[in-house]
Design a protein around this ligand. Structure first.
Ligand code: E4P
Length: 221
């Protein structure tokens, strides 16, 4: 399972990209709204793409099919490598169908049920983003929904890539990988938290302490 970072913050993205663990970036209007309002979105996106170079999802904000297509064209005019992120609404499915005819990659976002995921795949989506954390918040079982999607994908031989999105904690990453998601898109804080383990820190501290003793002995012998 590949890891993407779910962020529009260039410092966060630069730090994680430097670790060599991410293959792409997903953004959304709420993440972009947290960034400097005087920097145009296309500049932020271009800089992110320069830092990571792999997948980058950029979301449209129109709610009608023609508006989404116009926005997709605009996004692609400044970043031809972009994947167009489209909300899971009927007008969005129609936009996905039109974009997929032109072989433009799409990421259908705000997917909360297996049937929505199936519909998006049938429309020709390249990716479907299943929102784990928001399902959990609403009293549903996010991982359960993801498992159902992955099982349908297996049985039906569907090629659309499954993205585990709205990831809130390290166990979401583990369970998404076990369920068969192709990608987990993870916020910076959760990514960094996932890399840490108290036994790693304690073990390293002991190794360094022992290495220092040995150096002292070598000097005193
Ligand atoms: C997916 O691509 C979305 O950007 C994202 O995962 C939303 O997650 P949230 O529920 O943390 O806002």
């Amino acid at each position: 399972m590949q890891l993407f970072i779910d962020s529009a913050n260039r410092d966060e993205i630069r730090t994680v990209a430097g670790l060599g663990i991410i293959a792409g970036v997903t953004t959304n209007p709420s993440l972009l709204a947290k960034e400097d309002p005087t920097t145009p979105v296309e500049k932020i996106i271009a800089e992110i793409h320069q830092i990571v170079g792999g997948h980058i999802s950029v979301e449209v904000v129109s709610t009608d099919t023609d508006g989404m297509i116009r926005e997709a064209e605009e996004i692609l005019s400044w970043l031809p490598e972009a994947t167009i992120k489209i909300p899971m609404i009927p007008a969005g499915l129609a936009a996905v169908a039109r974009l997929s005819q032109q072989e433009i990659p799409t990421n259908v976002t705000l997917v909360f049920s297996p049937v929505q995921a199936l519909a998006a795949a049938n429309a020709g989506a390249t990716y479907v983003s299943v929102f784990l954390g928001r399902l959990d918040d609403a009293g549903h079982d996010g991982i359960g929904v993801l498992e159902d999607v992955a099982e349908i994908w297996d049985v039906q031989g569907i090629e659309t890539q499954i993205i585990a999105a709205s990831v809130r904690h390290p166990m979401h990453i583990v369970r998404a990988a076990k369920a068969g998601a192709h990608i987990a898109t993870v916020p910076y804080k959760v990514l960094m938290q996932s890399l840490k383990h108290p036994l790693t820190d304690a073990g390293l501290e002991a190794f360094l302490r022992d290495a220092a003793k040995r150096q002292v002995q070598t000097v005193t012998v």
